[in-house]
Design a protein around this ligand. Structure first.
Ligand code: SF4
Length: 267
């Protein structure tokens, strides 16, 4: 099992590693920094260099695909904490195998977060046809760092067939008005956090409160992950003297979903 300090998940699963930066939210990508360190330590998963860093070239790990099938205890699984599942270099056939494993693991809830929601909408629509519906245990999200990227990404997320859709506004870099998209029937969770690391950029409490209040008004679960600073835990995660740990309610996968996954994997 891959342990994680990320508050909104239990385990990470990285069938691919490496990525390419696409927007200001990527500027201080923690995965790129960690990949460089892991390469230096000799980790075999991080020996491919890429345009955005040593050890951070895209690499597929077919031997990791079956990992969640071995985890019996139900858990939330963050898919590709060290990559982006919808990176253009990942073949559709590889995505098929990742989704087949998730179908075969109804005991887990899988959380996929991308900065490439255009491809996600296209691929997941194709997979919906393959599975005859959405996978109920797969949560699909996109990242929003400011108003410009909210406008570019959220409409594609809302066009993606999914049981649970979510936004991660981390690192939050400016004020964001999410109100045009806050319909609890189509958007089910919002995470907010400040940036961490040696070059962290500041976050304003007004930006965070504004998103929280928009979510409260709309009846959408709100999760405040961190203030950020030199480390993720440097300044805690209380907002107005309390923790905000709201989450969507997990859905039970249909028996037909499990059968499809089992047919693929014999799980
Ligand atoms: S999309 Fe995510 S993993 Fe890829 S460079 Fe940006 S922050 Fe890093």
């Amino acid at each position: 099992m891959s342990q994680t300090g990320i508050e909104w998940t239990d385990s990470t699963w990285n069938p691919t590693t490496g990525c390419r930066k696409v927007s200001p939210g990527c500027d201080h990508c923690y995965a790129a920094t960690l990949a460089k360190r892991l390469k230096a330590m000799g980790s075999t998963r991080y020996q491919t260099d890429g345009p955005d860093g040593e050890g951070f070239g895209l690499a597929l790990h077919p031997d990791k695909i079956e990992e969640p099938l071995k985890w019996k205890r139900p858990r939330r699984v963050f898919v590709n904490s060290m990559s982006d599942l919808f990176h253009p270099g990942i073949p559709s056939s590889f995505l098929d195998r990742v989704f087949e494993v998730m179908a075969a693991c109804p005991q887990h809830q899988f959380q996929i977060l991308t900065k490439r929601p255009t491809r996600m909408a296209r691929e997941v629509s194709r997979l919906e046809d393959k599975f005859g519906g959405v996978l109920k245990n797969v949560w699909l999200g996109t990242s929003v760092e400011d108003q410009e990227w909210a406008g570019k990404r959220v409409p594609h997320l809302l066009n993606t067939p999914a049981a649970v859709r979510f936004l991660s506004c981390e690192p939050l870099l400016g004020e964001v008005d999410l109100s045009p998209w806050l319909d609890p029937d189509s958007l089910h969770w919002v995470i907010v956090g400040g940036e961490s690391g040696p070059q962290h950029r500041p976050v304003a409490i007004e930006w965070i409160r504004a998103i929280r209040d928009q979510c409260l008004d709309a009846g959408i679960p709100f999760f405040f992950k961190q203030w950020g600073g030199r480390t993720p835990k440097a300044n805690g995660r209380e907002l107005d003297s309390q923790l905000w740990d709201e989450m969507p309610i997990p859905l039970d996968p249909d028996p037909s979903q499990r059968r499809l996954g089992e047919r693929a994997w014999g799980a």
